[in-house]
Write a new protein. Sequence first.
Length: 94
Amino acid sequence: MKFKISKEIRKYVKEHPFCEACGKPVYGLPHHIVTRGAGGTDRPENLLSLCSACHFDIVHGSEGIRGLIELFPHLREKVLKARPTLAVLITKHG
């Protein structure tokens, strides 16, 4: 399935060439904190520039985005702004 890459995503990729979690170079499109299928947008506050390893950990890891926040606390505020319901999970589980 082909989709058009929005101007917002193109701009975000240029402005964030390194993983916002670990600092490695990024090759590809940003991660949507709230997926487009769930109503997420291409606005910068809903995007994370992630290397393939960090992206894999979020999508396929047992802890998901919650685990990413624990490993990289500097991302916490941005993620919780985009997905406030995560605050409840993080509070309940550590």
